[in-house]
Design a protein around this ligand. Structure first.
Ligand SMILES: Nc1ncnc2c1ncn2[C@@H]1O[C@H](COP(=O)(O)OP(=O)(O)OP(=O)(O)O)[C@@H](O)[C@H]1O
Length: 363
């Protein structure tokens, strides 16, 4: 079993299938990963998303063979690489690794850094492969320079070339772009995605940034306290969040409590149907800031609709962020509008489309 994984996983360059089966892991008495099962399909980019301490890195390290789980199995290309009786070391798993602290050797040239993971090949062949990997990330011209001559973003691309050079079927990336400033991060990320897609490698990317996960991931697995809360496409998680935690993770959320009456929930700013909930059940209506409608209203108009008053307007360039006090709500609503000309103190009318409401059982 282990031998076939080694053969299939190594140097095939094909997309790999990585399966976590009921993985549990503890650091001494601290539970870090609890009963995680996840299948990453060949050629897929899967983002492991979660807050700090949710177990993302541990799961990645378990896949890589740097950490060993206390229960469950890791299977690469149909072969067990870690289980109760099997534990292949990292270099025999056919996986490539890329970390945030890209840790290039300062005394080695760029090409020698990339050759570092190619010790199985004859030197000339290793150098050829390393130069090709550098070309794939657009850094062929820097091959004979030393790391200090490169910017942070370029160094990170070298780290990517190093991880890809052995042609792994699975590429594991831990917060690979978080050390870069925002502008650079987008460039390097796009570059990296293109290079990874070209190799066809299956890729797991750890990130705590939901936007990054949505940009990169074919699917996202959201972790909370060592457990997977939801797995799906970015659209699944954003539009059909499994619970309040998932909804909150992807954007600010106005949360309005209510109770189910006749299959609907009524709030001070409008109602929504709530199929699947029981009569009388306490629920929370979640509304994203851009899903709340606001129009300027006279006092008279506001009296027979839903009156509100702008407490504060913050100009954010493309959008304005408005805090709006609404009669019947304990907290002001947070609302995003494009090109709003509303000012603090103005009276407004607020509402929402029922289809935009995310309704959850009250916690
Ligand atoms: N070497 C360690 N020794 C003891 N506990 C650890 C160790 N590494 C991580 N932990 C704990 O295990 C849990 C999961 O940590 P892990 O690093 O996997 O989370 P993470 O989601 O990757 O977080 P971050 O985004 O901060 O890296 C946390 O509670 C953390 O404190």
């Amino acid at each position: 079993m282990a031998l076939s994984a080694e053969r299939e996983g190594e140097d095939t360059g094909a997309s790999g299938r990585l399966v976590f089966e009921n993985i549990t892991h503890h650091y001494d008495s601290v539970a870090s990963v609890e009963d995680v099962s996840l299948e990453v399909e060949p050629g897929e980019v899967l983002c492991l998303l979660g807050q700090s301490g949710s177990g993302k890195t541990t799961l990645l390290r378990i896949a890589a063979g740097i950490e060993r789980q206390s229960a469950g199995r890791v299977v690469v290309n149909g072969g067990e690489v870690a289980g109760p009786d099997v534990f292949l070391p990292p270099e025999r798993r056919g996986v490539g690794l890329m970390f945030q602290d890209y840790a290039l050797f300062p005394h080695l040239t760029i090409v020698k850094n990339v050759m570092f993971g190619l010790t199985d090949l004859p030197k000339a062949e290793a150098e050829k492969v390393a130069r090709e990997a550098l070309m794939a990330v657009g850094l062929a011209a820097y091959a004979d320079d030393y790391p200090h001559a490169l910017s942070g973003g370029e160094q990170q691309r070298v780290a990517l070339a190093r991880a890809m050079a052995p042609n792994p079927s699975v590429l594991l990336m831990d917060e690979p772009f978080s050390g870069l400033d925002r502008r650079l991060r987008e460039d390097v990320r796009e570059n990296a995605l293109t290079a990874v897609e070209r190799t066809g490698a299956t890729c797991i990317v750890v990130t705590h940034d939901p936007e990054e996960a949505m940009r990169m991931g074919d699917r996202i697995a959201l972790l909370r306290r060592g457990r997977i809360v939801q797995v799906g496409t970015p659209e699944d998680l954003y539009r059909r969040p499994a619970d309040l935690f998932v909804a909150r993770f992807f954007s600010d959320l106005n949360e309005i409590p209510g109770r189910v009456t006749g299959g609907e929930v009524e709030t001070p700013i409008g109602g929504a149907p709530v199929p699947g909930f029981s009569e009388g059940e306490a629920v929370v209506v979640g509304l994203r800031p851009h899903d709340i409608r606001v129009t300027r209203g006279s006092d008279r108009l506001a009296l027979d609709r839903t009156p509100g008053r702008v407490l504060r307007r913050r100009f954010l360039g493309e959008v304005d962020l408005l805090d709006i006090a609404v009669r019947g709500l304990d907290r002001p609503l947070s609302v995003r509008r494009h090109g709003s000309d509303l000012a603090a103190g103005e009276h407004v009318v607020v509402g929402f489309d029922a289809a935009a409401a995310l309704v959850f059982a009250a916690e």
